[in-house]
Design a protein around this ligand. Structure first.
Ligand code: KIV
Ligand code: ZN
Length: 503
């Protein structure tokens, strides 16, 4: 069976999703998990964006050794040079050069001639090739490019040394039949196409990114570019988990393999959602909260009698297993550590100590703790590691009638205790105002949502927010059985990200 190369661009195109910015440490955490997931290539970012971005990619290249680490560059010398600087220490480095090729982009955005575009594409691939062997080229907006011109560009960049040519459906415009015809044309009309791997990169504006990607496999494509949870520009990219599980589940028709370790999918999905602040819709295929939930009596009856009556995939195959021995308030440190190991967490002693204390605290309030509770708790503890300001205490007085009043206490970077109180229109407003009195960073709250991690009145509440400051958005997340505390933690998390991005 033919192997399909999984090129993950969660850290580049995924991070381009509105409001999904990640800190360098968060990028590193996701890259480490993508390595465990088994992706072949990690596109770690666009180094010309900022020095911080370049350094984050460089750190990933230094530490994540198995997969290929790729950096994106538009077709300019300084971008290609920055990409090389970012990935040069990787065990397997790749530079991905792109330049628009459609008439609408060339005319209105680039304001160049076709010959100039062709020349720049060829020259920048040759420049990258001067640094390393593994060079990818993408003619941006390929699906709206005049096909003969597209073939010409592909031939030129392969001659210049491109080893992968990627065909992006940049605006999510194509449909499967049309896309396959284009791929057929490429294999027929580009004389040196046998010297390159053909890749696809589909956006989801019409909800067709996964279908378009999968359809091309039978036409010779052997690399698919995708993101975890399908995050990315606008409606996002093809979703990695859907691509992988479609190939696995319908292997009777899709006779391909990937190296993805599918049981790592759920954990990876949660990590990406957690760190980017991008919710996964409940009905999302494979990783949505309802993806394996059966509500109607007839369906439940069927699944209880024979799982395959209404389930085409085993939830365990994507890492959704519930332990037969849930942890509770009598569980000890040893059982807790063991469960964490089973869930794939390898905490240092100090982290384990803090997580265990938080676990005991939670177990005193909630009877049986599920794996989701444990994961939310660990994420919460790890989140506090790189904080500039740390929330120590929050207390609220509210009710009707009454004026909601909050008191907060936190430690600053020097370990000094800061404390203040404020009144607000509601308890969350009062807490945020009290925090603002202590950390004076102008920002606007633009999104606020609460959901429960599991079911039941004693469930952990997870709050996700987005704030905006100087045109940039920062996500924040907090979890606690008390949603006001979770709200305070989410705000502190967003503020700490904002502060760390300003250095
Ligand atoms: O969508 C797109 O065209 C891209 C390219 C940079 C590959 O993301
Ligand atoms: Zn894209």
């Amino acid at each position: 069976m033919d192997k399909v190369v999984i090129f993950d661009t969660t850290l580049r195109d995924g991070e381009q999703a509105a409001g999904a910015s990640l800190t360098p440490d968060e990028k590193m955490e996701i890259a480490t998990q993508l390595d465990k997931l088994g992706v072949d290539i990690i596109e770690a970012g666009f180094p010309l964006n900022s020095r911080e971005e370049l350094e984050a990619i460089r750190q990933i290249a230094n530490e994540v050794r198995r997969p290929t680490i790729c950096a994106l560059a538009h077709a300019r010398p300084e971008a290609v040079d920055a990409a090389w600087e970012a990935v040069r220490n990787a065990q397997h480095p790749r530079i991905h050069v792109f330049l628009s090729s459609s008439e609408v982009h060339i005319l209105h955005q680039l304001k160049k001639s076709r010959d100039e575009i062709l020349q720049a594409s060829r020259d920048m691939v040759a420049r990258a090739k001067g640094y390393l062997d593994d060079v990818e080229f993408s003619p941006m907006d390929a699906t709206r490019t005049e096909p003969d011109y597209l073939y010409q560009i592909l031939e030129a960049v392969i001659d210049a040394g491109a080893t992968t040519v990627n065909i992006p459906d940049t605006v999510g415009y194509t449909i499967p039949q049309e896309f396959c015809n284009l791929i057929d044309g490429i294999f027929k009309k580009v004389p040196n196409i046998d010297r390159a791997v053909v890749s696809v990169h589909c956006h989801n504006d019409l909800g067709l990114a996964v279908a378009n990607s999968l359809a091309t496999l039978d036409h010779g494509v052997r690399q698919i570019e995708c993101t975890v949870n399908g995050i990315g520009e606008r409606a996002g990219n093809a979703s990695l988990e859907e691509i992988v599980m479609a190939i696995k589940t319908r292997n009777d028709l899709l006779k391909y393999t990937t190296d993805i370790d599918a049981p790592q999918i759920s954990k990876t999905s949660r990590l990406v959602s957690d760190l980017t602040g991008m919710f996964v819709q409940p009905n999302k295929a494979i990783v949505g909260a309802n993806a394996f939930r059966h509500e109607s009596g007839i369906h439940q009856d069927g699944v209880l009698k024979e799982r395959t009556t209404y389930e085409i995939m085993d939830p365990e195959s994507v890492g959704l297993s519930e332990t037969a021995f849930p942890l509770g308030k009598l569980s000890g440190r040893h059982a807790f550590r063991k469960r964490l190991e089973e869930l794939g967490y390898d905490l240092e002693d100090a982290e384990l100590h803090r997580a265990f204390a938080a676990f005991k605290d939670l177990a005193a309030k909630k009877r049986n703790l599920t794996d989701r509770d444990i994961e939310a708790l660990v994420a919460e503890e790890l989140r506090t590691v790189s904080e500039t300001y740390h929330l120590e205490h929050v207390q609220v007085f509210c009710g009707d009638p009454g004026m909601p009043t909050a008191t907060v206490r936190m430690t600053d970077p020097e370990g000094q205790i800061l404390s203040d109180a404020a009144q607000g229109t509601g308890p969350v407003d009062a807490v945020y105002k009290a925090i603002n009195r202590l950390i004076d960073v102008p920002n606007e709250l633009i999104e606020f949502s609460v959901k429960s991690v599991t079911e039941g009145i004693d469930a952990i509440g997870e709050v996700t927010i987005r704030i905006e400051s100087e045109g940039r958005r920062y996500a924040g997340r907090g979890a606690h059985t008390d949603v006001i505390v979770a709200s305070a933690r989410a705000y502190m998390n967003a503020l700490n990200r904002l502060l760390s991005s300003k250095g």
